[in-house]
Design a protein around this ligand. Sequence first.
Ligand code: ATP
Ligand code: FE2
Length: 374
Amino acid sequence: MVIVLGIESTAHTFGIGIVKNGKILANVKDAYTTESGGIIPIDSAKHHSLVADELVKKALNEAKVSWKEIKGIAFSQGPGLSPCLLVGLRKAKELSKKHKLPLIPVNHCVAHLEIGRITGAKDPVLLYASGANTQIIAYSSGKYRIFGETLDLGIGNFIDTFARYLGLGFPGGPKVEQLAKNSKNYIELPYTVKGMDITLSGILTNLRQKIEKINLDNKPLYHLPDHPPLLDNVNNKSYDNINFKNDVTLNNLENKNKINYTKEDLAFSMQETVFAMLVEVSERALAHVGKKELVLGGGVACNSRFQEMCRVMCEERGCKFYVPEKNLLVDNAGMIAYLGEIMFKAGIKFEGMKAEDLDIKPRERTDEINVTWR
Ligand code: ATP
Ligand code: FE2
């Protein structure tokens, strides 16, 4: 019987997971969020330090296991934000020393992929759509091979930035999904698939320009004074009864005729466009590698429209479609403990000085990992 405790801390989420023989006994977390604007790495790391000990206790209680039963500590070694990764590494080393347990360094992206196998998929193409990563992957000869990916922004970061332009806080994905449900009006956007890769920055610029037009359009037609009455010092005359026409007014009048969309329309059109791009590349990957299963993973996979589009494509191709439950899609430590246990059973563990020497790997790529456990 093997029980492994996992620690996740790569970005916004700090989590502790406990897994026993492939079964998740506890998966607790606390996420750093903002009302507006994106992640500030140092603030997120401070958040992680504050919640860590409490979450360790909570996970042990939930799983009903004691330290004596745990065989190893897995932690997210990378990729991620350095200050956040360091909190996880230090907590892992502290617990490893205190309880005399080996460390298991886990690649966060590979954990997002491996947890897909909890659904029962055997040898799938993986569409990994998270904050910083967007990749179409399949396992072959000891490595997770990347068949296609974003050439610029990760899909989640792209959606979060779009949400920020709309004045929504972080994470933006769930809020944008709700907005999109209120529209069926498709506004044309650039569709940028390049071979097996996609790009998102051009679409983001296009969306930003469209949002700026809406914002401009919402300004009052006439400049209404919001200050105390202006006085002409020489003639002691008030200008308050004057309607100021300015350039903004003229722009607004021109825009009024051009803008035929709402924020909801933009959210809807954004989702339809970028998800179609990902579905297209995934379908081509399935055809190329001759696999019959698609697993959707990463936080953006929580989006129900995205899931529906993937399901339809798979049905049309006669493939099986799998998606893990939501709390295993977004960042969580259940997936770290899950892969940690698989690696531990394959003999991958670090003890003594080797454990001391472990460091974070903020830029480690999925296809660098030697998958010796499969
Ligand atoms: P990475 O795994 O690449 O390091 P990450 O850890 O930040 O990135 P995840 O936690 O896997 O990413 O996913 C977070 C992302 O998922 C955020 O960008 C968030 O907006 C997005 N997301 C969550 N729910 C939804 C949803 N319903 N629709 C679209 N996007 C969503
Ligand atoms: Fe992630």
